[in-house]
Ligand binder design. Structure first.
Ligand code: GLC
Length: 722
């Protein structure tokens, strides 16, 4: 439809029909298998008469149900305006790949794009039109369970991975029925709640918001995301959906976002709970004034927008602008021409969980895994005769992660299954040994586990957190391995030192004590459906681990929030003083300052040697470029991939600058004994920061560029910006 056609359609709509476009309901509440909308409407205080006008739905079972709901709707909608079907397709749809925090650690945006495109194809086959992805909430606090859903602690990596997801989901044209629309969330700074507790207050300076937290959202919008989700949290005292500075001045004003804004679930009515709205009518007024177009799953709009407009508190123009943005998104998706976008059960069956999709999921799991420690136990020998697979994740299917809505765990591959398939001639002994739940210290399964360990050539010890310990509403006040797992690890490793720990989880844990005893640790995060096969290929060395950490692992929860791009402090300690306490310095009496494993860290079976870092000039001008070349040598007989990272430090500026900031990276493959040089082009804009007046600036002076990984910068050179 043309713009004129959409405006003509708008002019034909009754007020109720307009409000309907701004409503969204969770079909799980309102529909039975026949798609009859029969849910507990009174819970929402909603007049049944409004239901026929509902403009979009959240969640549904499959293509059959989507078609039934859409058909039922179109039969009763006077103007035949198709519904939008939205869902959280976060890291896969029916084929589940690793959680976003893991994928971010692949440092491979092309892989992330491919995974998002695969998820889009499967979701579109079922009738999904919009996914609530990418989540690009920067987070430096492992206590917050939703770190699993984002890109980690670094603004650049988070932005790069967010953009890759938008491009993968959307492709070049939203009319392509293998693509779906992205929705960037949660705007804004939802990942920085005080106390690391979900849905809690966020207090950040405008300067820091603009410099560190906003860029990833803006990058995704500039990459073409047509929808933004307003977050639950207060930002400097005002919840996003009522935050005029955030939604009108920044999002719609400065950034010129003209797409659809949707509230997070119930966030409009939660304005009353926050105490910034007197009642739902007040909440509806504030949210509409802040450009919130669709109210997700609450009924303030449905119940009060008409009277607010009749009273002149809101204007028809405000309502019309919101409705038009929703109609334009439906049009961009081609819904007026084809309300079903080709979704069908047949297409679902042809597309979902195909061998090609499983192969991509496996590759993603392999590329995202991070080898945290290896004293030589890995890779395992091909000739191993007996392998003991021990621990709560030994035979667990809980490998998909917290946001795998349509993923079926029964279609996954466990670690034991993966090893048995990879080592058909070996004896695989499996012993769960204990629980992975907090508070469950039962050790009755230890005896069988230790017997298996004694009788094995090698032990694969599978530990971690259950998937529902991370994700939404899953904050932790500690970061320990739950239950008796650490005790189990000590016992098993004592009995058989040829033990490799394989870790599963959605957040950085405090692994200091495990690190002290484990000969090897491979972190798989939640690897998705192909987890067991990926573990086997990595443990046997078919694949060489190449993932890095997108988020620091603290030594102890007391260090949270923690990130590598910290400021210097006026009383710093040196890295060499990490294990000593110095009075009147910025350190702890009972812990070091540095993480156990830093951002950008990850080992390989290869031995990568950073031989040189050179600059083609020592002075950079505002309109010039400077080329930094890093040479890496693979001093091993094993093919491997290395993430060459480039960090910058602004030595003197009007605002204290981080001791290191990632400004570029490149994942390269190196054959045995191959030497490669990677060149990075540094421009003035990469050196910018937000100054005391909230202006994005760069300032002349001395800079350092380094390579290596956070807190382990191996080679450093200086240049000056004129
Ligand atoms: C949830 C989440 C949000 C998700 C939405 C719909 O509360 O905060 O990320 O997209 O509801 O499921």
């Amino acid at each position: 439809m043309s713009d004129v056609d959409l405006r003509h359609l708008l002019s034909q709509m009754t007020f109720e029909e307009k409000i309907g476009q701004l409503m969204q309901y969770n079909t799980h509440l309102f529909t039975d298998s026949t798609a009859e909308i029969t849910g507990p409407l009174t819970d929402l205080g909603l007049d049944e008469a409004m239901l026929p006008f509902v403009g979009s739905v959240l969640n549904f079972e499959d293509a059959a149900q989507m078609r039934a709901i859409q058909q039922a709707h179109l039969q009763q909608d006077r103007l035949k305006i198709p519904m939008l079907f939205m869902m959280d397709v976060i890291h896969g749809y029916r084929t589940v790949f690793p959680i976003p925090l893991a994928l971010s650690g692949s440092f491979d945006p092309e892989l992330v794009r491919d995974c998002s495109a695969m998820a889009a194809k499967e979701a579109a086959a079922s009738g999904v039109h919009v996914t609530f992805t990418p989540m690009v909430d920067l987070s430096r606090d492992a206590r917050w369970g939703r770190v699993m859903e984002g890109g980690g602690e670094d603004p650049l990596l988070t932005a790069v991975m967010g953009v890759a997801q938008v491009q993968g989901f959307q492709g070049d044209d939203l009319r392509d029925t293998d693509r779906i629309a992205a929705c960037v969330k949660h705007f804004a700074a939802y990942g920085a709640p005080e106390a690391g507790r979900d849905y809690y207050a966020v207090e950040l300076s405008e300067r820091l918001l603009r410099e560190r937290y906003f860029p990833a959202y803006r990058a995704c919008i500039e990459a073409g995301a047509p929808m933004v989700m307003a977050s639950f949290n207060t930002l400097n005292g005002i919840p996003a959906v009522a935050n005029e500075w955030l939604m009108n001045d920044i999002l719609r004003g400065e950034w010129g976002f003209d797409g659809v804004v949707i509230s997070d679930y119930d966030a409009v009515e939660e304005l009353c709970v926050h105490g910034v709205a007197a009642d739902k009518k007040d909440a509806a007024k504030q949210a509409m004034r802040c450009g919130c177009d669709i109210e997700m799953c609450s009924a303030a709009y449905a119940s009060h927008l008409k009277e607010l407009t009749q009273e002149g508190v809101l204007t028809t123009e405000q309502i019309d602008a919101a409705v038009l943005r929703v109609l334009m998104l439906k049009d961009r998706l081609g819904l007026f021409e084809d309300p079903y976008r080709g979704a069908s059960t047949q297409k679902e069956q042809a597309v979902c969980l195909s061998p090609a999709h499983r192969a991509l999921a496996r590759k993603a799991a392999q590329e995202s895994a991070v080898l945290l420690k290896n004293n030589g136990v890995l890779p395992l020998s091909e000739d191993v005769q007996t392998v003991a697979v021990i621990g709560p994740f030994a035979d667990s299917r809980d490998l998909l992660g917290a946001w795998s809505l349509r993923g079926d765990t029964s279609e996954g591959v466990t670690v034991s299954e993966g090893l048995a398939a990879r080592l058909p001639h070996a004896r695989i002994l499996t012993a769960p040994a204990c629980s992975n739940l907090c508070g469950n210290t039962d050790q009755s399964g230890f005896e069988a586990a230790l017997t298996a360990a004694e009788n094995a050539d090698a032990v694969v010890l599978c530990l971690g957190e259950p998937s529902d310990y991370s994700g939404e509403g899953s904050s932790r006040a500690t970061l320990d391995l739950p239950g008796a797992q650490l005790t189990l690890a000590r016992e098993v490793i004592r009995v058989n030192p040829r033990t490799a720990v394989v870790l599963f989880g959605g957040r950085p844990l405090a692994l200091t004590e495990l690190d002290a005893v484990a000969p090897a640790i491979l972190h798989m995060w939640f690897p998705g459906h192909e987890g067991g096969n990926a573990v086997a290929s990595l443990l046997l060395g078919d694949e060489n681990p190449s993932g890095k950490l997108a988020m620091s692992f603290p030594k102890t929860v007391g260090q949270c929030p923690l990130s590598y791009d910290r400021l210097m402090s006026g009383r710093p300690i040196q890295a060499s003083q990490e294990d000593t306490f110095l009075k009147f310095r910025s350190n702890y009496i009972d812990s070091g300052n540095l993480p156990l494993y830093p951002f950008g860290y990850g080992l390989s079976y290869s031995r990568f040697e950073y031989e040189s870092l050179t600059l083609d000039r020592r002075t950079l001008t505002a309109d010039g470029t400077l080329t930094v070349t890093v040479t890496v040598f693979n001093n091993s007989d094993r093919h491997g991939k290395e993430v060459v990272q480039l960090y910058m430090r602004d030595l003197v500026a009007s605002v204290a600058r981080p001791v290191q900031q990632l400004i570029a990276f490149d994942k390269i493959a190196l054959a045995p004994f191959e030497r490669k040089s990677v060149s990075f082009t540094v421009r003035e804009e990469m050196l910018r920061f937000v100054d005391a007046r909230n202006h994005l600036v760069s300032e002349a002076g001395e800079f350092e560029v380094s390579t290596g990984y956070a807190d382990h910068l191996l080679l450093t050179e200086r240049f000056s910006l004129q």
